[in-house]
Design a protein around this ligand. Structure first.
Ligand code: ADP
Length: 741
C-alpha cells in the first residue's frame, strides 16, 4: 500500500517537474488517482494543519488551476462542546472571501459550483475592478456532522467541471479526519467558556434552551410513534414560527418517506389524504428526502434562488429539513415550510437539530414498541381467524387464551365463562355428546401427569355427529421451562367419513364380487364335470345368468358412481314419452317380477318430459329392483306416473311443471333413522334381511344424483315392516322444446 502511494507520488513529482502541468500523455484516471494519493499523503502527517493545508493547496492548484482557496473549519476539542472557527487559505487574490456564501454552502449541505462577483468594496481607492469568478464550495460532512467548508475561486472563464468536483469529493472525508485530528490538539478551554455551540458556530438562546429541556420530559413519556412525532412537529412549528411542517418515517429499503403527521399545508398539497395518512413518497425528490438520504439537516433560505431545489408547488419559499438519527441513520425526517423567504436561519436550524437529537432515543423506543405492537396484532389476527381451534392452557389446564374456532368446534359458541378449566368445564359440557366420556378425562389428566409430552386424541361426538382431533403440545418459556399446553383442535368428521366409506367400499365390493363369482364357478364346474338333464341344465344356467347380471350391475354401478363423482356425466336431454320407457322396463323385469304383482298407473294425459332417456330408465330400474329385492315375500308393487300437483311436492321443490313418478312396495320398510341416510354412498340398512339380500349401497345415491342433474327431486316415505314409497320428479318438456323436437 505504502509502496503504491510512493510510486504514485513519484509519478506526480515527475509530471510536475517535467513541464509544470500534468502531461496529456498520461492516462487521465491514473493521473487523478496519483494526485489523490499525493493529496492524501499531504493531509496525513504530524505537522500542524496550517502546514498540511498549505502543501495540499499547492498540490491541487496545479491541476485545478484555481486562483485562491480557503478551508473554513470548526475545530472540536476533546472537551465536549468546545468549538473554534478557523480559516486556512492559499493566497492568490486580493479579493476578500464572502463569509455569507460560506455559510450558505454549509447549510445547503451539498457541493456548489457557480459564477460569483468578486470586489474589494472595503478598499475605497482600490484599483481592482469588480470582476466575475468561478466558485466551488464544498461542505465537509462526516458522520452526520459538519466539519468545515472548502472553497476554491478561479478566473472568470474557468469552470470547475465534473473531474474537479470528483477529486474534491474524494478528498472531503480525508479533510474531515485532518480537522478532527487538529481539534484534538486544542488546549482545554478556559473556565466559563460557553456551552451549546453547534458546529455551525451557533449558540441557542436561553429561551430555546429552556424549550428543549421542557420537551425532553414530554418525549420521555411518549410510547406511540404518532404521538411522539405530533408533539415534535408542534414544538418545531411553535419555536421556529414555520407556517407548515410534516414528519415522515424513512423506509431505507424502498427509498421512501412514509408520511406520519403534518400541519398547516393548504389542502391541495395533501388533497384526499386522511390526517394520519401513511402516504409514501420517493426520497429522491424534495429537501426532506435529501436530508433523509444524507443523514443531515439542510436549509433553503429562499427557493427562488435555488430553483433546482424547488419543493412542491404550494408557495413555500423557505424550507428546512432535519433527520432524526437512530443507530447512525435517519429513522425519521422533519420538514418545515414557510412562504416567507429567509424565514429560517441558523438559529432555527440549530434548534431543530437539537430537537431531533433529543427525539432520537424516544423514537427508537417508540418504533420498537410499535413493531412489537404490530407483530402482536398480526399474530392475534392470525390466531383469531384460523379455522383450527387453538387454546393456550396453563399448567393447571386453565384456558389463558382461545380463538373463536376453538369454542365453535366444541359447540360452545358465545361461551363466556371464565376462568375455563378444560379438564372440568369441557368434559362436563360435552358429557351428553361424548361417545366415550372417559377418553377425554383421561386425555386431560395424562397431559398434566407428563407435561412435556405431546398427545393426540380423536373423539366422537353425537347430536350432531362430529369427529374431532385434539393435538396437545407443551409450551415453553424462554428458559425452556414448560408453561402449559397448546391445544389444536380440528374437525375431522369428513376425513373420518371418507375413511369409513373406503372401508365399507372394500368390504361391500369384495363381498358383492365374491358371492356371484362363487355361484358362477360352482355351477359351471358342475356342468363341466357331470351330465345333467335338460331341465337341471336350464336351471343351473339361469342361476349363472342371474349371478353374472348381478356382477355386471355391480360393475355398472361402480362406473356410474365414479363418473358422477368426477362430474363427468352430461345429460343427453330430449323430449321423451315416459310411457315407452315404462313398457320397456316391465318387459325387461318380467322374470324378476315372478313372485310379485306389478300394478301400473300411468295418467292418460301424461305430458312428455325433457329428459335423458337412458338415465331415467336407470333410475326407475333401480327403484323397481329395490322394491322387488326388499319385498322378499312378494306382494304388490305399484308404479305410478302423472303430472305433479303442487301439494304433492316437498316444500323446497323448484317451481315449474313436473312429472311425478312413484314406486310403492309392501316390503320390509325402512326405519325413520335410516330413511335420511339411504341416499348416502355405500349406505346400507344393517339388518339380517339386507345382509342376505345383498347390494352395494350405491343405487339410491346414483339415482339421486341423476334426478338432481335433471332439475328434479327424489324422496321416500316408509314404515318399518309395511312397505316403502319412493318418489321423484322430472321436468315436463316446455312448449318450445316440444316444437323444436
Ligand atoms: P343397495 O340396494 O344396493 O343396497 P341402494 O342405494 O339402492 O343400495 O339402497 C340403499 C339401502 O336402502 C338399501 O341397502 C336398503 O337398506 C334400503 N332400501 C332401498 N330401497 C328399499 C326398499 N324399497 N325397501 C326397503 N329398503 C330399501
Amino acid at each position: 500500500m505504502e509502496a503504491c502511494a510512493r510510486a504514485a507520488r513519484q509519478s506526480v513529482t515527475v509530471a510536475l517537474q517535467g513541464n509544470g502541468t500534468m502531461t496529456a500523455k498520461t492516462d487521465r484516471a491514473s493521473e487523478a488517482l496519483a494526485l489523490l494519493a499525493e493529496a492524501t499523503h499531504c493531509l496525513h502527517g504530524e505537522q500542524p494543519l496550517q502546514q498540511r493545508m498549505h502543501r495540499l493547496f499547492e498540490l491541487l492548484r496545479v491541476s485545478l488551476r484555481f486562483r485562491d482557496a480557503r478551508l473554513t473549519c470548526w475545530l472540536q476539542s476533546a472537551t465536549p462542546g468546545t468549538v473554534r472557527q478557523q480559516y486556512y487559505s492559499a493566497a492568490g487574490w486580493p479579493y476578500p472571501w464572502d463569509d455569507a456564501l460560506t455559510r450558505q454552502v454549509a447549510l445547503a449541505g451539498t457541493m456548489e459550483t457557480r459564477t460569483i462577483v468578486v470586489s474589494n468594496a472595503a478598499v475605497v481607492d482600490s484599483h481592482l475592478p469588480v470582476a466575475q469568478a468561478a466558485y466551488l464550495g464544498a461542505p465537509i460532512y462526516w458522520s452526520g456532522r459538519l466539519w468545515g467548508v472548502l472553497e476554491l475561486r478561479a478566473e472568470h472563464g474557468h469552470s470547475f467541471g465534473p473531474a474537479s468536483r470528483e477529486l474534491i469529493t474524494a478528498l472531503l472525508p480525508q479533510l474531515a479526519v485532518a480537522i478532527a485530528q487538529e481539534g484534538q490538539r486544542l488546549p482545554a478551554p478556559p473556565a466559563g467558556a460557553s456551552d451549546g455551540e453547534t458546529p455551525t458556530g451557533l449558540t441557542l438562546d436561553p429561551r430555546r434552551q429552556r424549550q428543549l429541556v421542557a420537551i425532553d420530559t414530554r418525549l420521555e413519556e411518549m410510547l406511540g410513534v404518532h404521538d411522539l412525532l405530533s408533539l415534535l412537529l408542534r414544538r418545531a412549528l411553535e419555536s421556529t414560527g414555520a407556517e407548515a411542517g410534516a414528519v415522515a418515517l424513512v423506509d431505507h429499503d424502498q427509498g421512501e418517506l412514509v408520511l406520519q403527521v403534518y400541519e398547516g399545508y393548504p389542502d391541495e398539497r395533501w388533497a384526499g389524504l386522511p390526517a394520519q395518512s401513511r402516504q409514501r413518497l420517493s426520497w429522491e425528490a424534495g429537501l426532506a428526502g435529501r436530508a433523509a438520504r444524507l443523514g443531515r439537516a439542510l436549509l433553503i433560505r429562499d427557493v427562488t434562488l435555488q430553483p433546482a431545489m424547488l419543493p412542491a408547488g404550494y408557495g413555500a419559499r423557505a424550507e428546512l429539513a432535519a433527520p432524526i438519527l437512530v443507530d447512525g441513520r435517519a429513522a425519521a425526517v422533519i420538514v418545515l415550510d414557510s412562504p416567507r423567504s429567509n424565514a429560517f436561519g441558523e438559529e432555527e436550524l440549530a434548534f431543530v437539530r437539537a430537537l431531533c437529537d433529543r427525539a432520537a432515543h424516544p423514537l427508537r423506543r417508540a418504533i420498537h414498541y410499535q413493531d412489537a405492537l404490530e407483530s402482536a396484532n398480526f399474530l392475534g389476527q392470525v390466531f383469531a381467524s384460523l379455522p383450527t381451534g387453538l387454546a393456550l392452557l396453563d399448567s393447571n389446564g386453565k384456558v389463558l387464551r382461545a380463538n373463536p374456532a376453538w369454542y365453535a368446534l366444541f359447540g360452545l359458541n358465545g361461551h363466556s365463562r371464565t376462568p375455563f378449566h378444560v379438564s372440568l368445564d369441557l368434559v362436563e359440557t360435552l358429557l351428553p355428546r361424548l361417545q366415550e366420556p372417559l377418553t377425554l378425562t383421561e386425555f386431560c389428566t395424562s397431559g398434566q401427569r407428563t407435561p412435556s409430552q405431546s398427545r393426540l386424541l380423536r373423539m366422537r361426538l353425537v347430536n350432531p355427529t362430529q369427529e374431532l382431533q385434539v393435538l396437545s403440545v407443551p409450551t415453553y418459556d424462554s428458559q425452556q421451562q414448560v408453561t402449559g399446553r397448546l391445544w389444536a383442535v380440528s374437525d375431522v368428521t369428513r376425513e373420518g367419513e371418507a375413511e369409513r366409506l373406503k372401508t365399507e367400499f372394500v368390504s361391500i365390493v369384495s363381498h358383492e364380487l365374491r358371492t356371484p363369482l362363487t355361484s358362477i364357478l360352482g355351477y359351471t364346474e358342475l356342468l363341466l364335470n357331470r351330465e345333467f338333464t335338460a331341465d337341471e341344465r336350464r336351471q343351473f344356467i339361469s342361476t349363472v345368468y342371474v349371478e353374472a347380471s348381478r356382477l355386471s350391475q355391480l360393475v355398472e354401478d361402480l362406473l356410474n358412481f365414479s363418473r358422477l363423482e368426477a362430474g363427468k356425466v352430461v345429460l343427453n336431454q330430449w323430449v321423451t314419452s315416459l310411457n315407452s320407457i315404462v313398457a320397456e322396463l316391465t318387459t325387461q323385469l318380467h322374470t324378476q317380477l315372478a313372485r310379485h304383482k306389478l300394478l301400473l298407473a300411468v295418467a292418460p294425459n301424461l305430458p312428455p318430459a325433457h329428459i335423458d332417456r337412458d338415465k331415467v330408465k336407470q333410475i326407475i330400474f333401480n327403484l323397481l329392483t329395490n322394491a322387488i329385492k326388499y319385498s322378499p315375500n312378494g306382494g304388490e308393487i305399484a308404479l305410478e306416473l302423472h303430472e305433479a300437483r303442487p301439494e304433492q311436492l316437498p316444500a323446497d321443490h323448484p317451481p315449474g311443471r313436473f312429472v311425478l313418478i312413484g314406486v310403492h312396495d309392501q316390503g320390509i320398510g325402512i326405519a325413520p333413522e335410516d330413511l335420511a341416510r339411504i341416499w348416502e354412498r355405500f349406505y346400507r340398512v344393517d339388518n339380517t334381511n339386507t345382509r342376505r339380500i345383498g347390494g352395494t349401497g350405491l343405487g339410491l345415491s346414483i339415482s339421486k344424483a341423476l334426478v338432481e342433474l335433471h332439475g328434479g327431486r327424489i324422496w321416500a316415505e316408509s314404515e318399518l315392516g309395511s312397505g316403502s314409497s319412493f318418489y321423484f320428479t322430472l321436468p315436463v318438456a316446455s312448449e318450445q322444446a316440444r316444437q323444436a323436437s
